[in-house]
Design a protein around this ligand. Structure first.
Ligand code: TYM
Length: 332
């Protein structure tokens, strides 16, 4: 069987730099050489109860952003998760062998339960089984994602192994979180607290749609201090985060210039942030312009979604047929 690749992104807002470097950049390379399925995880986004208007608008927006970044519907299968309801049948099967204790121990569940104590729904709890279904519905073996998804992938392997063991088969592969030959990526946010994310409040994330002024405003607001006082000291986390962002959008010599200045205690954070804002804008501008032109092209987006749906369903239907047979659902 050909090596299959699957990954998804929740449509809960515009795509940001973390999504790009954690996932999309890998998609773009993988679509050139593998059998790829990239989807918009709209079922997953229901855990936060979006309105119907927001749900549809966000799905369209993310699809436009995928295409603007260079995802090619003729090379990869790009689809909307809810267009492939077979996923839900596999989700049900996995849920029958997923246990409360192990689901409650998943870090992302614990985080979400802490952040939204009034909405700790069963969808949140069973998020990892739906993710396993997304991946295994195409029997994929590699999943390009950022570091934050590592534990979910571990759960996917657990469910695959459990199914195989239970039915004495080797039907499902044990997929791994994947980054092109390197370590999984964690892009830091601008607020100095941790990873870049959509839900961390304005200013933490840089979106691929952000205009020049917004990028500058966010970066100039990032936390700094009065600078190092000891030569060759280790930068505090929030300064390391700025260097990490610089590393991904600036030239090597630019990063070196500011690192040397830091080591010599003569760094000017204002200059560093201005430079970072400029480089960031240069990196984002071409994609931003494409997003703006594609997102109003309903005809194109709907054509791409249909093309993806047909291919994804064909693959999903085959898996469901075979899984039903293994489980023992046979016509009588
Ligand atoms: P989501 O929508 O939160 O993020 C989409 C992708 O972006 C990556 N990412 C990051 N990578 C590095 N640094 C960051 N700061 C950062 N923020 C986000 C994520 O790792 C992810 O790859 N559960 C998934 C969606 C999903 C999925 C799947 C993924 C549903 N089913 C099946 C893979 C396979 C999620 O919430 O990603």
């Amino acid at each position: 069987m050909k090596n299959k690749i699957v990954s998804g992104i929740r449509p809960t807002g515009n795509l940001h730099l973390g999504n790009y470097f954690g996932a999309l950049k890998n998609f773009l390379r993988l679509q050139e050489e593998s059998d790829c399925y990239f989807f918009i995880a709209d079922y997953h986004s229901l855990t936060t109860h979006p309105t119907p208007e927001n749900l549809q608008g966000n799905v369209k927006q993310v699809l436009a952003e995928f295409i603007a970044c260079g995802m090619d519907p003729d090379k990869a299968c790009i689809y909307v998760q809810s267009d492939v309801p077979e996923t839900i049948e596999l989700y049900l099967f996995f849920n029958m062998n997923a246990y409360l204790g192990e689901l409650q121990r998943v870090t992302t569940f614990k985080d979400k339960a802490r952040k939204q104590p009034d909405n700790v729904n069963a969808g949140l709890l069973t998020y990892p089984t739906l993710m396993a279904a997304d991946i295994l519905i195409h029997r994929a073996s590699k999943v390009p994602v950022g570091k934050d998804q590592e534990q979910n992938l571990e759960m996917t392997r657990t469910f695959a192994k459990r199914f195989n063991h239970m039915y004495n088969t080797e039907y499902f592969p044990e997929p791994v979180a994947y980054n092109f030959g390197e370590e999984l990526v964690k892009v830091p946010g601008l607020d100095g607290s941790g990873k870049m994310g959509k839900s961390e409040g304005f200013g933490n994330a840089i979106f691929l749609i952000d205009d020049e002024a917004t990028i500058k405003k966010k970066i100039m607001k990032a936390k700094t201090d009065s600078g190092p006082t000891e030569k060759n000291s280790t930068p505090p986390d929030y300064i390391q985060n700025l260097f990490a962002l610089m590393n991904i959008v600036s030239k090597e010599e630019t990063v070196k210039f500011f690192k040397d200045a830091f080591a010599d205690c003569n760094i000017r954070y204002g200059d560093m942030k201005k430079q970072l804002a400029e480089d960031m804008n240069e990196f984002i501008a071409p994609t931003r312009d494409k997003i703006l032109s594609i997102s109003s092209n309903d005809e194109l987006l709907s054509k791409i979604a249909k093309q993806g749906r047909d291919k994804a369903r064909e693959s999903a239907q085959q898996t469901i047929r075979e899984v039903r047979d293994i489980i023992g659902f046979k016509s009588i």
